[in-house]
Design a protein around this ligand. Sequence first.
Ligand code: DAH
Length: 348
Amino acid sequence: MEITEQLALILEKAVSEANQAESVKEIEAIRVSYLGKKGEITSVLKGMKDVSPQERPIIGKKANEVRDELTAVLQRKKARLEKEALDLKLESETIDVTLPGRQVSKGQSHVLTQIMEEIEDLFLGMGYQIIEGSEVESDYYNFERVNLPQNHPARDMQDTFYITSDVLLRTHTSPIQARTLENHDFSKGPLKMISPGKVYRRDTDDATHSHQFHQIEGMVIDENITMADLKGTLELLARKMFGEDREIRLRPSYFPFTEPSVEVDVSCFKCGGQGCNVCKKTGWIEILGAGMTHPNVLEMSGVDSSKYGGFAFGLGPDRIAMLKYGVDDIRNFYLNDQRFLKQFKRKG
Ligand code: DAH
């Protein structure tokens, strides 16, 4: 068979294959099998060396025509397939611009942070400083310096996690009393501070106990501070947290770092004092411990207890939040369940 005829047949076959091709990939395969280095047309052209010099230009021209035509056919088909693929993609990926956008959920501070910041605001307004302490504390500051020497029976109520025999996770914020007192310069004015933070105890967790919870310590030391100052301050606190109509009452109690010591109750915010399930039918709810600072605590910090004295208090924001919002399990504060936390949107 003549080479030109051979080329015409090859072209016919290649065009028919191209017509049947269904993907760009197939088109590429066809191009390689005909026009590639080892392709059919290429190998025909390689046979040119055996052709007589007269025929050579004719065959050469035909070969170029075949190559150009096949290239054009393949390009057209490839463009069509590409367009079809794009159309299909666009159709399947239609964007509905009328769909409402996805809401980015707005965060908020944790309910305990909210309570603590509310209390901080109150005391900042009365000229107190906010002192941050460390959760890892020494046995010495956590116990000894707040008048709880080694083997003191009141240590039993505050077992904790020990890092070494002298270093522990603090059981209360009271060590900040000693740390602040020893650094305070009374010639510059009275000491008025609160210290919020996390504390730890070796407790079996249940609805009202957690091995980790929060406290806010408060302390005021100056000349001529009386228990009336303590009562007035706590009354303000109770009213800020539980409403303007609240009353407080002080009951005798015991803490090693205060003398006398009191337990402070607030009149029930739910029933107003009639007796209900929140106040266990007593009309009063216990909210914190307080007292007049023990002279030993002052003296151990180098403060002259014959000249200076004052009061201290310790309250639990977890308990206040539970009372205020009717939360029946303290563990809810530590589970990071959004369904729980989202209920406490800060007002304003
Ligand atoms: N530190 C006490 C506790 O964790 C709470 C407390 C009671 C602190 C009376 C005080 C206070 O400053 O005066 O049980």
